[in-house]
Write a new protein. Structure first.
Lengths: 286, 263
């Protein structure tokens, strides 16, 4: 089947996790002791050092650039005592809750839509233009309309995140469905499968690797929509926390919030890759 | 031609196949009759419509003219009375070997314990006794075709349709699979319609060889080599292949396939 994953999978690497290597150039024999990972670690340390140094020398006012230590202390403080009536954990849980509620909604709507696009001409005719219309709109653009229509409550926030997730889920599902080998479908039919059984027992499992890739992309998209969704009338959430900290120029909380959002995104991505390895171990092996 | 259901046949009667957007028909007026217990092999150069004819028998392609029928009933679509084994095994990688074999039984709603038992019997039949729990990608090409064969047999078909099932295998594995096929065919009363490129393979397996020529696909010769009957009667496959009659038949068949082609 066609490989639809957007990035290489763990366990099936082209070579070491080296973003620069291109498939048509043989990786040059590695110099002793130098790996991409080591270079990455050094890069991060250098950035941290530059940050610490410029804060230390007061190149920029601490109001604009707090030192790494200040940010860390703030992290510990907010984790323990909270910021704007909620601890860091409560903010994070509120945000994660919204994103996962949106993910469930996006799966419930997006996977059947993707199936319809992939299987039937009529389905493609109906949903393709709608998705292509929706896909490139930035969430901040439709946020006001969603608020006008659905108010400023929790459903609006979840809806905005859901919309941003819908296209990746549906389009990945559709591309997975279109990639199902005809021979596999024919084999199932000649073994007595009805149309419905072909969808359930052949098309869905065949498309699963692609669907999971779509979920991974969707989770990324949803997580980046979060701050926009929490701009309005939220009382909790990481986006809200950053927003209110910015209003009072509490820059260390802003920086800390950004880093926490990045860290959570990293963990989500990593977890989903693990889930892919467990659920679709056959992906990339055909 | 009336057919008695008591004497089951898979019949292609004056079948023509015409694909959309092509000026020439792919196949014209081909008639093939496979009785239960027959092993009919289609051979011919590329483009003679062998696989198209097999797909008509499978119900995956509708003939432009002519009739395809099984036991007197017109073929309207695929069905488990005619299980197909494809060249690329078309196995389901999300299932284990055993679950692949049990697929047809699962479609029929047979209970898990029962279908596992039946699948294990079939795996034993194709000499893959210990491979039930293996994932598809852990199996070699030959093993995968054995799983494909067992999966088709699980549907308890009256006819087996084999579309170059051994085409992608190396020569040694291929020879072993030929004996497996013959053993299965001998032990059952299934009728087989097979497409192959292998001339020796056709001679070893077939009770009847139908030679097709391209442009448009049509039948040019029909042989009844009888070597597979000798195998069924207990003669060893090496002895059969060493028989001068086998070499003579191979020459005759090769001539028939390349007849009319500029040398």
């Amino acid at each position: 089947m066609t490989v639809t994953s957007y990035t290489e999978r763990p366990g099936h690497k082209i070579d070491e996790a080296d973003g620069l290597s291109v498939p048509w150039s043989r990786p040059s024999p590695k110099r002793k002791g130098v790996s991409a990972r080591a270079v990455s670690v050094v890069t991060i340390l250098v950035v941290l050092a530059l940050w610490a140094l410029s804060a230390r020398l007061q190149l920029v006012s601490p109001v604009f650039l707090p030192s790494p230590v200040a940010v860390w202390n703030k992290f510990v403080l907010v984790a323990r005592d909270g910021f704007v009536d909620a601890t860091l954990l409560q903010h994070a849980v509120a945000s994660l809750g919204r994103v996962f509620a949106a993910l469930v909604a996006a799966i419930v709507v997006g996977v059947p839509v993707g199936l319809a696009i992939g299987i039937s001409t009529i389905g493609r005719g109906i949903f393709d233009p709608l998705l292509e219309f929706l896909r490139p709109i930035p969430p901040l653009a439709y946020l006001p309309l969603v608020i006008i229509w659905f108010g400023i409550g929790e459903p609006s926030k979840i809806l905005v995140i859901t919309i941003s997730m819908l296209a990746p889920v549906a389009l990945s599902t559709a591309s997975g469905v279109r990639g199902v080998s005809q021979e596999r479908i024919n084999a199932a039919r000649s073994l007595g499968a009805t149309q419905r059984q072909v969808v359930r027992h052949v098309i869905l499992p065949s498309a699963l690797p692609s669907i999971l890739t779509g979920l991974r992309i969707a989770l990324g998209a949803g997580w980046s929509t979060l701050v926009a969704a929490e701009l309005v009338a939220a009382t909790r959430g990481l986006g809200f926390m950053i927003q209110s900290a910015a209003q009072f120029l509490v820059t260390d909380v802003v920086v800390m919030g950004i880093l926490v959002i990045a860290a959570i995104a990293f963990v989500l991505e990593f977890t989903l890759r693990r889930i892919e390895c467990v659920l679709v171990p056959w992906a990339g092996r055909e | 031609m009336p057919h008695l259901v008591l004497d089951p046949h898979l019949v292609l009667d004056k079948v023509s196949i015409h694909y959309d957007g092509q000026a020439e028909p792919a196949v014209e007026l081909v008639s093939i009759d496979v009785a239960k217990g027959d092993f009919v092999v289609l051979v011919g150069r590329s483009g003679c419509g062998k696989t198209s004819l097999l797909n008509v028998a499978a119900g995956l392609v509708a003939p432009a003219r002519g009739r395809a029928s099984i036991n007197g009933q017109p073929i309207a679509g695929p069905g488990s009375d005619r299980a197909v084994v494809f060249q690329n095994d078309a196995l389901f990688p999300w299932l284990t070997a055993r679950e692949n074999v049990a697929f047809a039984l699962r479609l029929r709603g047979i209970r898990p314990a029962e279908r596992a038992r039946r699948a294990d019997e079939l795996l034993e039949l194709v000499k893959l006794t210990d491979a039930g729990d293996k994932r598809i990608w852990e199996l070699s090409g030959g093993m995968r075709q054995r799983v494909g064969l067992a999966r088709a047999l699980a549907a308890e078909p009256e006819f087996l349709l084999l579309d170059e099932p051994l085409g992608a295998l190396d020569a040694l594995t291929r020879e072993r699979m030929q004996t497996t096929l013959l053993d299965l065919w001998t032990a059952s009363d299934v009728g087989v319609l097979m497409v192959t490129h292998g001339i020796e393979e056709a001679l070893v397996l077939a009770t009847r060889i139908v030679v097709l020529a391209p442009g448009p696909g049509r039948v040019v010769r029909s042989f009844e080599p009888g070597f597979s009957r000798r195998y069924a009667a207990g003669e060893a496959i090496r002895t059969i292949k060493a028989d001068p009659a086998f070499a003579a038949a191979r020459g005759e068949l090769t001539d028939a396939i390349f007849e009319g082609e500029a040398a």
